[in-house]
Design a protein around this ligand. Structure first.
Ligand code: HEC
Length: 105
């Protein structure tokens, strides 16, 4: 095997490892998005959304219910003192990511 061929093969496998590492990172990034976004909720609702009196706990809620409640807050359909403004700051995908993260807490 020529030196040139060995170098090429090494480069190829390094490329493959790199691609695998990248896809791993992308996946972890998706998982962390909910955690990252819900950190904002946790400043009021307590660590992992488990409630910090007098704030209601928001962990373990059904994902669809959480998204519905957030949309109801945003549209003022559900009365609130703070959540009206806060709920407007998230896209549907972000609300879902937050809800999925908090459901497991
Ligand atoms: C600035 C403080 C604050 C932040 C930040 C906040 N909340 Fe709230 N949340 C409240 C308050 C206060 C209520 C009670 C309703 C009201 O008056 O707004 C509430 C109510 C709720 C409720 C209804 C719970 C129930 O049992 O009635 C849900 C669900 C909720 N928040 C989800 C979230 C999510 C998800 C986030 C992050 C995206 C978040 N909140 C961020 C203050 C906050």
């Amino acid at each position: 095997m020529s030196v040139k061929r060995v170098v090429m093969m090494t480069g190829l496998s390094a490329g493959l490892v790199g691609a695998l590492a990248l896809s791993g990172t992308a996946h972890a990034g998706e998982l962390n998005r909910g955690a990252l976004l819900s950190a904002q909720c946790e400043t009021c609702h307590g660590t992992d959304g488990t409630g910090a009196a007098p704030m209601p706990s928001i962990n373990g809620m059904d994902v669809a219910d959480m998204v519905d409640v957030m949309k109801a807050f945003a549209s003022k359909e559900e009365k609130s003192t703070m959540m009206y403004r806060h709920a407007q700051g998230y896209s549907d995908e972000e609300l879902k990511a937050v809800a999925e993260y908090l459901k497991g807490k």
